[in-house]
Design a protein around this ligand. Structure first.
Ligand code: ATP
Ligand code: MG
Length: 273
């Protein structure tokens, strides 16, 4: 990896966040990043969830992770030391550690605790990370804790996966309020990049209702692409592969390719290769 002057290209940083558990954050982080990587974009996934699902899903179970996002945020190392290749072209990973779950308490007296990830990403001492990648996706834990705040402070924008089920909108107000607080304090430029409807089940009337409801309430920030409920998406992590590599032709993978194209088009790229 060669560092380039930061003025040339700067990675877009996307935090994938929703404090609700199991809504498709990690599935979206892995498959959107893979879609972007397949489109020729240099991508980095930062796993910021103590559960480490993005790391496991990319072939790094807990015992295969050496230096992690925990070591970097705890101040033991820089982020470059935690970077690892995934075996997929254009796709790198900073794996997570279960130790991340103790960070809130560990950093309680540190006035800069919310800006630690931002400082790590902006640190050009070894490698200029923002120049080395086109996209950095941060997989957040299911909580609005210090880790998610670090992600939002470091990010340019937030992508919110929303499961098409009853109560989908519950908690969204709190999430948007957290975004507003971060905008008001540490990251005025933070944007909501979009809401992604996930696990859409076309045999279930409720899915249609929820999708309609969300579009009615939040219209313009909802991605056109809807991710269907698809068993291949849930199987892929057990083979430690992105769904896009496990079964490129399944409905779930096709939806994530469409989401990639929609994101790239919105970012001013004419097409996803
Ligand atoms: P957590 O809050 O625990 O981090 P999450 O929001 O990251 O969860 P995922 O881990 O992506 O959610 O998804 C939760 C579960 O649902 C996983 O088992 C995943 O494989 C499965 N899943 C995700 N998206 C889909 C989908 N579209 N269709 C079917 N299963 C899915
Ligand atoms: Mg997750």
């Amino acid at each position: 990896m060669t560092a380039q002057p930061s003025a040339q290209r700067r990675a877009r940083i996307l935090a994938i966040a929703n404090q609700k558990g199991g809504v498709g954050k990690t599935t979206t982080a892995i498959n959107l990043a893979t879609g972007l990587a397949d489109a020729g974009k240099r991508c980095l996934i930062i796993d910021l969830d103590p559960q480490g699902n993005a790391s496991t899903g990319l072939g790094f179970p807990a015992n295969a992770r050496e230096i992690t996002s925990y070591n970097a945020i705890a101040g033991e190392t820089d982020l470059t030391a935690a970077l690892t290749e995934t075996g997929y072209d254009n796709l790198h990973l900073v794996p997570a550690s279960v130790d991340l779950s103790g960070l809130d308490a560990e950093l309680i007296d540190d006035p800069d605790r919310a800006t630690r990830l931002q400082s790590l990403i902006e640190d050009t001492h070894v490698v200029d990370i923002r120049s080395a990648y086109d996209y950095i996706l941060i997989d957040c834990p299911p909580s609005l804790n210090l880790l998610t705040v670090n992600a939002m402070v470091a990010a340019d924008s937030v992508i919110v996966p929303l499961q098409c089920e009853f109560f989908a909108l519950e908690g969204l107000t709190q999430l948007l309020e957290t975004v507003r607080i971060v905008q008001g304090n540490l990251n005025p430029g933070l944007k909501i990049r979009g809401i992604v409807l996930t696990m859409f089940d076309q045999r279930n009337r409720l899915s249609f209702q929820v999708a309609e409801d969300v579009r009615e309430n939040l219209g313009d920030i909802v991605f056109d692409t809807i991710i269907p409920r698809n068993v291949r998406l849930s199987e892929a992590p057990s083979y430690a592969m992105p769904a896009l590599k496990y079964d490129a032709s399944c409905a779930g993978s096709k939806a994530y390719v469409a989401l990639t194209a929609e994101l790239l088009a919105g970012d001013g790229h004419s097409h996803a290769a």
